[in-house]
Design a protein around this ligand. Structure first.
Ligand code: ZN
Length: 161
């Protein structure tokens, strides 16, 4: 069957290690989101066993989720296998449910647990329950609000009208 879908998922994340003499191939398995067909992203190709870090090799054998994430975030792997990551719906904001009763302006610091690229204006709007226009009017930020970032930043919210 000819499938035109260009989206795939790693699911739980599974590596396949294939030994060929003293050389190893390591792949990360991905599954097409529409037809379920499995394909492989090349992680290592005909690489001498001795050149692997033992912990890394163990991680491949046990499908270490941290190693799956690290490999997916590796720009080299993305370039070699010609893929880009789809971050749609990939982030969640943990913020205090109630704002402390204090005088404006309020300074907020955002920390990332994982380097998920997100536009600050979107994150601030969702976190504070503000419209995009309100965000632009009431926020002073040390980085551009419209440009995606995946590292922590600080912003200041000014009093509303
Ligand atoms: Zn498919």
């Amino acid at each position: 069957m000819d499938c035109r879908s260009e989206s795939a998922t790693t699911g739980q994340g599974r590596f396949r290690v294939n030994a060929n003499g003293k050389l190893l191939d390591v792949w990360l398995l991905v599954r097409c989101v529409s037809c379920d067909r499995t394909s492989k992203l090349t992680v290592h190709e005909r690489t001498p066993v001795t050149s692997f870090d033992p912990d890394e090799l163990h991680g491949y054998n046990v499908n270490d989720p941290n190693l799956v994430a690290a490999r997916l975030l590796d720009p080299l792997l993305a370039r070699r296998n010609r893929f880009t990551l789809d971050w749609t719906g990939a982030w969640r904001l943990d913020s205090p449910s109630a704002w402390p009763d204090q005088a404006w302006p309020v300074q907020v610091r955002v920390a990332f647990e994982d380097p998920v690229p997100v536009r600050p204006e979107r994150l601030i709007a969702q976190g504070l329950g503000l419209s995009r226009n309100e965000v632009l009017r009431r926020t002073k930020c040390d980085i551009p609000l419209h440009r995606r970032t995946s590292t922590g930043f600080t912003f200041t919210v000014l009093a509303g009208d």
